[in-house]
Write a protein that binds this ligand. Structure first.
Ligand code: PBG
Length: 331
């Protein structure tokens, strides 16, 4: 009998779990603050922080508060902040014109952050949904999301954000061909070091629900299934990843996070590019709701999920828990 002398097992995996020192020694995946990207929603109003009902603790921050948060990120060892805007409803229109305003909320936040803490990376979402009155990531022609017309706008949005000082351009729109088009636009304008993090595998997910409240999308006309991926598909993520790599992406991202760890592993193994996952609003809300009911230990749940992302192959995790996690991970 293999591994058994008749009376005793030869292998006792529990030997290596008997004391903290040996568990520390053999641990595979380790999370540090340097693995975290702080997901942050910002607004243009005067109040420093505005709570989001479904996301307790992840408030919308005013421009000045966001700049202070960048200073805090630096102190905590968090390398990057991802900015998402809550745009006033009066500025929204069918084309998402406000996305192309060089003095809009996001460019102002980027400039304020880079001034306050230039050492902290700033990542910006490239998509039109915070700016359109129908809530879609692209422009609509009739009842269709028009791919190429949208890509043309996304290029202008990406350029304007790079001009404002954004370090990482992160297209989250899932239009075809946008990575190549944006890469071309950036190179053409001399932004040779602008990084592109592609949301290569972004699924049409129920887990974005609280985010829509956070950024103020009150009515989404229809759904996003003509551009975001079917949760049933894995091979399709590899095809999307291959296109984005060929078109010039520096990094890939999978979104949502925990339900899609298999996709993280497959992309990482296939391309070997820095691969991140987004622990989205609904994942944050689930943990927070269970904690509020006394059903989960918050600190342990946060660290366990982050460790799982690392084990699956993530180089970093975009998460609303970043400041809290960095606090827990402080040596
Ligand atoms: C859209 C975008 C979404 C999120 C980030 N960028 C939502 C969507 O696609 O509907 C979701 C983030 C979250 O849920 O935390 N461009």
């Amino acid at each position: 009998m293999v591994g058994f002398d008749g009376r005793h097992p030869l292998h006792r995996p529990r030997r290596m779990r008997q004391a903290p020192w040996i568990r520390d020694l053999v641990r595979e995946a380790v999370v540090t603050p340097a693995d975290l990207v702080w997901a942050m929603v910002v607004h243009a109003g005067p109040q420093p922080r505005i709570p989001v009902a479904a996301m307790p603790g992840a408030d919308r921050l005013a421009v000045e508060a966001a700049a202070e948060a960048a200073v805090a990120a630096r102190a905590m060892g968090i390398p990057m902040i991802a900015v998402f805007p809550n745009v006033d409803g009066s500025l929204k229109d069918p084309e998402g014109s406000e996305a192309l305003n060089p003095d809009g909320l996001v460019p102002r936040v980027v400039r304020a952050m880079k001034k306050a803490a230039p050492e902290v990376g700033v990542m910006v979402d490239v998509a039109l949904d915070p700016f359109t009155d129908h809530g879609h990531d692209g422009v609509m022609i009739g009842d269709r999301i028009a791919n190429d017309e949208t890509v043309e706008r996304l290029c202008r949005q990406a350029l304007l954000l790079a001009e404002a000082g954004a370090d990482v351009i992160a297209p989250s729109d899932m239009m075809d061909g946008r990575i190549g088009a944006i890469r071309g636009a950036l190179e053409g304008a001399g932004h040779r070091d602008a990084l592109i993090l592609s949301y290569a595998a972004k699924y049409a997910s129920a887990f974005y629900g609280p985010y829509r409240e956070a950024i103020g999308v009150t009515t989404l006309r229809g759904d996003k299934k003509t551009y975001q991926m079917d949760p049933a598909n894995g091979a399709e993520a590899l095809r999307e990843g291959a296109l984005d790599v060929a078109e010039g992406a520096d990094m890939l991202l999978v979104k949502p996070g925990l339900p899609y760890l298999d996709i993280v592993r497959r992309l990482k193994d296939a391309f070997g590019l820095p691969t991140l996952a987004f622990q989205v609003s609904g994942e944050y809300a689930m943990i927070k709701a269970a904690v509020a009911n006394g059903w989960l230990d918050e600190n342990r749940a946060i660290l366990e999920t982050l460790t799982s992302f690392k084990r699956a192959g993530c180089d970093g995790v975009v998460t609303y828990f970043a400041p809290k996690a960095a606090e827990l991970l402080r040596p």
